[in-house]
Design a protein around this ligand. Structure first.
Ligand code: HEC
Length: 140
């Protein structure tokens, strides 16, 4: 009886939280990063779902509470840097971002591990990493 009540409450709660609105935006792309084609390809496959205004919101981003986590991550990621607004950053910020990007990739912090479970194609190969490293040492 007790367990049944808990299950019912949980199911009702799950249904109710679906109605809490989640902001899943894609503002206009105002100044996309201009990197070599091979580097762009890696960024688009592995980073754009959080660090850009071209997020492909997956099906699970429609289901609370996962949707909250996805929306939170995208907001946080865009706050750090946004490939779609890259050209609005000054030279120093771009330089800092480049360095941080390589740091995060080298330390395997990015892309986020749980993102890779759903997007195995976003996993970075040794070649991908080498390309990012080279790019990060450049200046554009
Ligand atoms: C699933 C979403 C997601 C993906 C995909 C993703 N990031 Fe992030 N990224 C985040 C979030 C969330 C943060 C901020 C939280 C944090 O610092 O851990 C972040 C922070 C960062 C930071 C700033 C770190 C700091 O602490 O200053 C860098 C640099 C970064 N990401 C690079 C990348 C690169 C490069 C890729 C692609 C190879 C990538 N990210 C892919 C979500 C993502």
């Amino acid at each position: 009886m007790y367990i049944k009540t808990i299950v019912v409450v949980l199911v009702v709660a799950l249904v109710v939280i679906q109605f809490i609105p989640v902001s899943k935006t894609n503002p206009p792309v105002t100044g996309e990063i201009n990197a070599p084609e091979n580097v762009m390809k890696v960024f688009k496959t592995s980073c754009y779902d959080c660090h850009s205004n071209e997020v492909v919101w997956p099906w699970y981003s429609r289901v609370a509470p996962v949707s909250w986590l996805v929306a939170y991550d995208v907001n946080e990621a865009r706050d750090h840097y946004n490939f779609s607004e890259w050209s609005s950053y000054n030279a120093k910020d771009r330089q800092d971002n480049r360095e941080e990007i390589w740091e995060e990739v080298e330390e395997r912090h990015m892309p986020l591990w749980y993102y890779l479970i759903m997007h195995p194609e976003a996993k970075l190969s040794a070649e991908d990493k080498e390309m990012i490293k080279k790019w990060s040492e450049g200046s554009e």
